[in-house]
Design a protein around this ligand. Structure first.
Ligand SMILES: NC(=O)c1ccc[n+]([C@@H]2O[C@H](COP(=O)([O-])OP(=O)(O)OC[C@H]3O[C@@H](n4cnc5c(N)ncnc54)[C@H](O)[C@@H]3O)[C@@H](O)[C@H]2O)c1
Length: 261
């Protein structure tokens, strides 16, 4: 399989290492990066324009860059008849972008593939949805300084927090607006289940944790599930859960494995 990348950071590094060890099963043709990026994280060339990578006719482009990159390049990729894998799934909270990408994918007979990212259980939630989900909630706990800079913590002194403090409770859509850089997990859970308006999200600044901890509950005709993930940070980016990169690796293997689990 021939792929291109969007991004040259922590996740791109893990994905590249996996592809380079795949014995030619997954070849990276090139990556689209920002002009300020350093040298390529692998043996592939880097470009600042998407057409240089699209011209190499990859089967798939893996976005591991930013929500802005999904907005900037997603439509062009799909319109070129190339599949797109999106890890900055928070971008898809925007209903217009989601609708536009779905339309372009359908028209060009390609797919937008969303890996599970930093959480687990999206397979069960999407399966349960087929017979009706009544309730889906996500409670995310992170060290206080992980929430710094978000519009949702304006007026909150994160350095003063000495016990677990709920800094947001509301819909996944509102969570994505208040904490755009932390929107990925809420967006993925919401899109797998009952949507951004009906998925309940609680965000907690917890000085007692040093991992990102996600707790998901879902209830419906299938029964009930609870999932807890305590994600180690990426060795190359403390803001990124290492599991997110591994979920891309998993999806890439799934595209080529003859037996798919
Ligand atoms: N779905 C999930 O659960 C999940 C989990 C962790 C991270 N993420 C997302 O994955 C993305 C990548 O994470 P990372 O840790 O590798 O980040 P990083 O900062 O280490 O690397 C990002 C790379 O993308 C490049 N980039 C950014 N905007 C770009 C654009 N518009 N065009 C081309 N290149 C661009 C940067 O220059 C950099 O090389 C982030 O958006 C992050 O929010 C998702």
């Amino acid at each position: 399989m021939k792929i291109g990348l969007l991004g040259n950071g922590a996740i791109a590094r893990v994905v590249t290492a996996h592809c380079e060890a795949s014995g030619g099963r997954i070849d990276i043709m090139g990556a689209v990066v920002l002009s300020e990026d350093g040298p390529s994280v692998g043996g592939h060339p880097t470009f600042t324009d998407i057409n240089s990578v699209l011209d190499m006719a990859p089967d798939l482009i893996v976005e591991c860059a930013s929500q802005q990159a999904v907005l900037d390049h997603g439509p062009a990729i799909l319109r070129a008849g190339v599949n797109l894998m999106v890890i900055s799934v928070g971008a898809l909270v925007d209903a217009k972008l989601r609708t536009d990408l779905a339309r372009d994918a359908r028209a060009n007979e390609v797919k937008v593939i969303v890996p599970a990212g930093a959480v687990a259980g999206l397979d069960a939630i999407t399966a349960a949805r087929a017979d009706g989900l009544e309730r889906v909630m996500l409670r995310t706990r992170k060290p206080p300084n992980s929430w710094a800079g978000a519009p949702g913590v304006e007026g909150i002194d994160l350095a003063e927090i000495t016990q677990p403090t709920t800094i947001f409770a509301g819909s996944a859509g509102a969570a994505a607006q208040a904490f755009p850089k932390n929107a990925n997990v809420a967006a993925a859970v919401a899109m797998a289940g009952i949507g951004v308006e009906d998925t309940w999200v609680e965000l907690i600044a917890d000085p007692g944790v040093n991992r990102n901890i996600h707790h998901i509950e879902a209830e419906g005709a299938f029964g009930r599930l609870e999932i807890d993930v305590e994600a180690e940070p990426s060795p190359n980016n403390p803001k990124t859960s290492h599991l997110a990169a591994l979920s891309i690796v998993r999806q890439l293997d799934k595209l080529i494995d003859p037996i798919q689990i």
